[in-house]
Design a protein around this ligand. Structure first.
Ligand code: NAP
Length: 478
């Protein structure tokens, strides 16, 4: 029996993707560096579909129909290079190597270019949805050549999550585009979780609403514009009581948030692209600060807060909902803006409506909002920024007074709300007629002759600060 696809790397993600493929009718060849994982999968789930057991990569390759499709699902980083190096001499021109792990998009670009020289297709695929998604239908973001998608796309679309029957899988662009889009997805996920955390903190600290009560509020919010997987599970976590102590679960968990690195990658990449992705950056920094437990303990003894008191408006809960909505929207706008910047930098023809459509089901940031975002970018006239799409410009404007009240109250009460406040600053920065960047330019010209442009004339200028302060035309070298 020849298999339609081979999977190498059968830890939880690879095993679940292999099972998903088999459950959807494909014959799947199985391989893992150590054969125990292959046999464990076959023992437990061998009856779920047609599997071919292999012990070596040569056996795996020999078991596949041509052109071959080999999906690598091993630990990201050096192991992916090692598996590619072993596979490459066993393959033939036209074969497709797929990396569906969380690889950095620059690695994917490098690997794609190297394998293209050998006439092999290398497809970096972003997969979101965790273990359960991999088994039941993840959101899938494939890159690589357009041609490879003709052979691979139908399989990936079949095993992907569906939103109203539409697959959450589309070819997003060449070489590393798939992994880039997945990286930004993860960055948005960081921001989404941080704004939820800020809403929880404000509701608890400013308004004294206990977790169990907040669970009901989040359940209610999940029926409106905030409806999403993360809001749904927030209600679940807040409603949970610790069996050992009888306390709210959230009170017995150490308040240091971990990270595996994709948020950091997003911020590094945003900085390199010059894309103002402040919400995602603040989310990554917030996790970093939460993890500095030693410094935090000392600061609790030493640093004074001088918190004031605040008269909260009657419908403060609704204010917080609106602040959360507006800040979340800004994070999505910034993430999407970063995609636009990357498309220009790497020559990807990213279709923003299609990318938003992929995130509507299967992935961690799945949300009703994404359907509206998709529609905004499907419109004939594409918005220059998500916030400028007519529907969103209107909805965020409606949230602004509440957003300002919540940020002001949090500041007065000493509650850190880095994403609520930086998102509001981004919003104001975007809409402000004059920014103090004019003064920055003046300073740069004085200390470094960096030159400036004038509002009333074309050209580039420099003031002779050390001489008579007259202005001269300059050649712009920056
Ligand atoms: P993992 O723990 O990242 O990796 C374990 C697998 O990699 C095992 O099959 C292991 O083989 C293999 N491996 C490690 N080093 C190897 C090497 N040098 N050569 C060959 N094989 C090697 O597995 P995972 O959690 O299933 O994740 C797989 C990929 O999916 C990762 O890139 C991960 O970031 C990504 N991902 C994970 C999730 C999730 O929720 N876990 C979600 C999305 C994406 P042995 O059994 O022989 O040790």
């Amino acid at each position: 029996m020849s298999a339609q696809i081979g999977v190498t790397g059968l830890a939880v993600m690879g095993a679940n993707l292999a099972r998903n493929l088999a459950r959807n009718g494909y014959t799947v060849a199985l391989h893992n560096r150590s054969v125990e994982k292959t046999d464990a999968l076959l023992d437990k789930h061998g009856d779920e579909g047609d599997f071919v057991r292999t012990e070596t990569l040569q056996e795996l390759v020999d078991s596949l129909e041509k052109p071959r499709r080999v999906l690598i699902m091993v630990k990201a980083g050096a192991p992916v290079d090692s598996v590619i190096d072993q596979l490459e001499p066993l393959l033939e021109p036209g074969d497709i190597v797929i990396d569906a792990g969380n690889s950095h998009y620059e690695d994917t670009r490098r690997r794609e270019a190297a394998l293209a020289k050998k006439d092999l297709h290398f497809v970096g695929v972003g997969v979101s949805g965790g273990e359960e998604g991999a088994l039941l239908g993840p959101s899938i973001m494939p890159g690589g050549s357009r041609e490879s998608y003709d052979s691979l796309g139908p399989m990936l679309e079949k095993i992907s999550a569906k939103y109203n029957g539409e697959p959450c899988c589309r070819w997003v662009g060449t070489d590393g585009a798939g992994h880039f889009v997945k990286m930004v997805h993860n960055g948005i996920e960081y921001a989404d979780m941080q704004v939820i955390g800020e809403a929880y903190d404000v509701l608890r600290t400013a308004a004294g609403i206990e977790p169990a009560e907040q669970a009901k509020i989040f359940t209610d919010w999940n029926t409106g514009t905030l409806s999403s997987f993360l809001i749904e599970i927030t209600a679940e976590v807040l409603a949970h009581t610790d069996a050992r102590t009888g306390k709210p679960f959230v009170d017995v968990v150490v308040d240091s948030a971990g990270q595996k690195g994709t948020g950091r990658w997003t911020v590094v990449s945003a900085l390199e692209l010059g894309s103002p992705t402040s919400g995602i950056a603040e989310s990554v920094f917030a996790r970093g600060l939460s993890s500095q437990r030693g410094q935090r303990e000392l600061a609790q003894e030493i640093l004074q807060g001088h918190e004031g008191s605040v008269d909260l408006p009657e419908d403060f809960v609704e204010d917080v909902r609106l602040a959360l909505y507006a800040s979340k929207l800004v994070s999505y706008a910034q993430g999407i803006d970063m995609l636009t910047a990357a498309a220009g930098e790497y020559g990807w023809e990213l279709k923003l409506d299609e990318i938003a459509s992929l995130w509507r089901a299967g992935c961690i940031i799945r949300a009703e909002l994404l359907d509206d975002i998709m529609k905004a970018y499907a419109a004939e006239e594409k918005p220059a920024n998500l916030l400028l799409a007519p529907a969103f410009a209107e909805s965020i404007a409606g949230a602004v007074p509440a957003w300002r009240r919540v940020v002001a109250a949090a500041v007065q009460l000493g509650i850190p709300v880095p994403v609520f406040s930086s998102s509001l600053a981004y919003y104001d920065g975007l809409r402000r007629k004059r920014l103090p960047a004019a003064l920055t330019q003046g300073l740069r010209d004085l200390f470094g002759a960096h030159t400036y442009n004038r509002v009333d004339a074309d050209g580039t200028f420099h003031t002779l600060w050390g001489e008579d302060r007259s202005e001269v035309e300059a050649v712009d070298t920056h």
